[in-house]
Design a protein around this ligand. Structure first.
Ligand code: NAD
Length: 310
């Protein structure tokens, strides 16, 4: 049986870790938050769902203390913490020649950063529609259902992809192999590049943002720049499909009453993933000779807000 680590065991890492553990897999949670790790090891990871509050026994360890080697490391830090987390794990000898890294974070360019540590053939990119929340250290809030699409970062097929699909599906995580995970990642990143920063800057939930009759005029320049940058990288995005995806979230019956994760991070005094969304579009644009003024101003606006936190 594979030895699995969840590197970054916050809300989403906790969700995936608990599902795998409950399906009988050998899972260790790795995190930098002392109180979280202490509570998990002392009281179990508290899991609140629509039905019940339970406690799951699952080993957790601080990243600075980990020494064992893993077969699979699922990365669910925030995007800006992934490189330092993996560097720490590499120094500690946790990453062997056969260790596979599964990136399930939101945002763009993870394959480029992670390939500084392991070759692309050992990196698997996953995009997930599951959601999760943290009520406090050692306390998960899990609602709704989701899915996971996964593909090797060099787009080649292999047996490990089958193994990880089996593992995720044994854990009820509704996973499937993707033929074009980059398109799914870029589509999700486009939705996030619109709703996350705009709701944060405006201090609105998704319904309130969508309720403004000219919201489409605000969205289109952001989307069009992303489509142009994506096309230059051979990723084919469709404006109509993206607009439909974004506008489908406005209803109070779907995600309308939610504040996007960036709003929650900013409100809780934490830095945001802006540099891996709109900011990544700006830097790809610069390296491709494409201007991305709408995404640039959005990135600056969020950085301006973050000066209060830094
Ligand atoms: P998270 O903030 O819950 O956890 C990320 C890291 O931050 C963890 O190491 C966690 O321990 C730490 N952390 C959280 N609160 C802390 C606090 N108060 N003090 C100290 N450390 C703290 O992030 P997440 O929601 O699990 O997101 C991880 C990745 O998954 C991100 O790239 C995110 O965009 C993506 N993602 C999240 C969801 C979701 O619904 N949560 C859904 C899809 C993708």
């Amino acid at each position: 049986m594979y030895k699995v680590a969840i590197a970054g065991a916050g809300a989403m890492g906790g969700r995936i870790g608990v599902a795998l553990k409950q399906a009988g897999y050998n899972v260790t949670l790795i995190d930098n938050w002392k109180e979280h790790v202490y509570n998990i090891n002392t009281y179990g990871l508290e899991v609140e769902t629509e039905e019940a509050v339970t406690s799951v026994n699952i080993p957790a360890i601080l990243a600075k203390d980990v020494t064992m080697k893993f077969d699979v490391i699922i990365v669910l830090t925030k995007a800006m913490e992934s490189e330092s987390m993996l560097e720490k794990l590499q120094e500690a000898g946790c990453i062997g020649n056969d260790t596979r890294i599964v990136s399930m974070m939101n945002g763009l360019g993870h394959e480029e950063r992670l390939s500084k540590i392991v070759p692309l053939s050992k990196i698997y990119l996953a995009v997930t529609m599951w959601t999760a929340g943290l009520k406090g250290p050692g306390q998960l809030l899990l609602e709704g259902t989701g899915s996971i699409d996964i593909q090797r970062a060099d787009r080649k097929k292999d047996l490990f992809t089958e193994d990880i699909l089996k593992m995720f599906n044994d854990a009820g995580l509704n996973a499937k192999a993707s033929d074009d995970v980059f398109k799914s990642i870029w589509s999700k990143a486009t939705v996030n590049s619109v709703l996350n920063p705009l709701c944060t800057i405006l201090d609105k939930n998704i319904f309130e943002f969508g309720n403004y009759e000219k919201s489409r005029e605000m969205i289109i320049p952001i989307i069009d720049e992303i489509i142009t940058v994506a096309a230059a990288k051979d990723i084919d995005l469709n404006r109509k499909e993206l607009l439909e995806k974004i506008e489908a979230t406005y209803s109070k019956a779907t995600q309308g009453l939610h504040y996007p994760s960036m709003h929650q991070d900013y409100s809780n005094g934490r830095l945001t993933e802006i540099d891996y969304l709109n900011g990544q579009i700006v830097s790809y644009g610069e390296s491709l000779g494409l201007t991305t003024p709408a995404n640039k101003i959005i990135t600056h606006l969020i950085h301006q807000l973050e000066t209060k936190i830094r």
